[in-house]
Write a protein that binds this ligand. Structure first.
Ligand code: KG4
Ligand code: ZN
Length: 341
């Protein structure tokens, strides 16, 4: 089996080819950062138009780099949702048309299943069962994964996702889009001990998250601290990052305790955060926890995770009907179990 994966749910066009024998053959990505920079965030209509212009040249590049011919591809996986509807439709229509032209099946993949399975592309890959911390721009959730396709949501964000909180707080601090990585870079140069920000919901026994209050707390600190020197800005960024990272860590510990699992998988854009990785690594050394991350470039949106999830779903016997469908909203725990393929 040789699967072409196509990701277009937000501001990155990602394509990849996964082979059942040889693993990942190659991947290619176009990031729309320059397009959205002047607006301070993703403009959905521009994102969709940008996917249209980039998707075919990226496919040609990928086929050339991997030395694959269209005839070598046995199936196409694309992100069906959740995400920006116009952006999703570009990938879905492209994938479906290509599948029809090439006479091969296609399958729509849940974006968060893609993130969740991304660590499977690494060596060693996590064995089942495990708990997954999914931290992206749109979602923050803890998921118990007993086998492929069986995703029990243990807790999730009640308001802003962790990545969203990073992005919005970055804006408050006057940092450019994309805010998350910019805030993280600034935070790493600050003093995390100058301010102590709240760790929301960590006094509760549930596994939910809430980051919007932390964002407001940061905003109030900014107002009280004006005029902001570069040093003060870095210290506030650092206190914010520390609060998010500690909160995620506390909830991960609780999730493992409650489920009695000893494996943790961390995926999604915020999984690229170095402070989070550092604190998880310290915990791993102290506790014997088995910890898995995708490589940095597969934490954020990419085609490889979609190709891999597609490979697993095709292998289990799934494929799409002839309709073109994209879903802006799509609960992860409504996916069919792999045994139903
Ligand atoms: O998974 P992803 O690429 O897209 C979504 O599915 O949302 O995640 C993007 C999110 C953004 O909110 C971005 O600011 C955040 O991940 N992010 C980071 C870092 N790199 C990306 N947040 C904190 N630290 C980082 N190093
Ligand atoms: Zn994502």
């Amino acid at each position: 089996m040789r699967i072409l994966g196509i990701e277009s749910s937000c501001d990155e066009t990602g394509l990849a080819i996964f082979d059942s024998q040889q693993g990942l053959l190659g991947h290619t990505l176009y990031s729309q950062v320059d397009t959205h920079l002047q607006y301070g965030g993703v403009v959905p209509e521009l994102a969709a138009r940008n996917h249209i212009t980039k998707i075919l040249p990226l496919l040609e590049k990928l086929l050339l780099e991997t030395q694959c011919l269209p005839a070598d591809i046995t199936g196409i996986a694309y992100t069906r949702g959740p995400g920006l509807i116009g952006a999703l439709l570009v990938g879905a229509a492209f994938a479906k048309s290509l599948a029809l032209a090439w006479g091969i099946p296609s399958i729509g993949i849940h974006h968060m299943e893609g993130h969740l399975l991304a660590p499977m592309l690494e060596d060693p890959a996590p064995a089942f069962p495990f708990v997954a911390l999914l931290v992206s721009g749109g979602h923050t959730m803890l998921v118990e994964v007993t086998h492929l396709g069986h995703y029990r949501i243990l807790g999730e964000s009640l308001d802003d996702a962790a990545g969203e909180a990073f992005d919005k707080t970055a804006k408050l601090l006057g940092l450019p889009y994309p805010g998350g990585p910019a805030l993280a870079a600034l935070a790493d140069s600050g003093d995390p001990g100058r301010f102590r920000f709240p760790r929301p919901l960590t006094d509760k026994p549930n596994l939910n998250f809430s980051f919007s209050g932390l964002k407001t707390h940061t905003f109030n600190t900014i107002l009280r601290s004006k005029p902001l020197s570069p040093e003060l800005t870095a210290d506030i960024a650092s206190a914010f990052q520390e609060a998010v990272v500690d909160t995620l860590l506390i909830k991960c510990k609780l999730a493992l305790k409650q489920t009695q699992h000893s494996r943790l998988v961390v995926a999604g854009g915020v999984g690229a955060n170095q402070r989070l990785r550092y604190k998880l690594a310290v915990w791993q050394q102290e506790s014997g926890l088995e910890l898995f991350f995708p490589r940095l470039e597969f934490c954020t949106d990419n085609g490889a995770m979609i190709a891999y999830a597609g490979f697993q779903r095709f292998k289990a016997g799934f494929d799409d009907e002839a309709t073109i469908e994209a879903r802006a909203r799509w609960p992860l725990d409504s996916l069919p179990d792999f045994s139903e393929g």
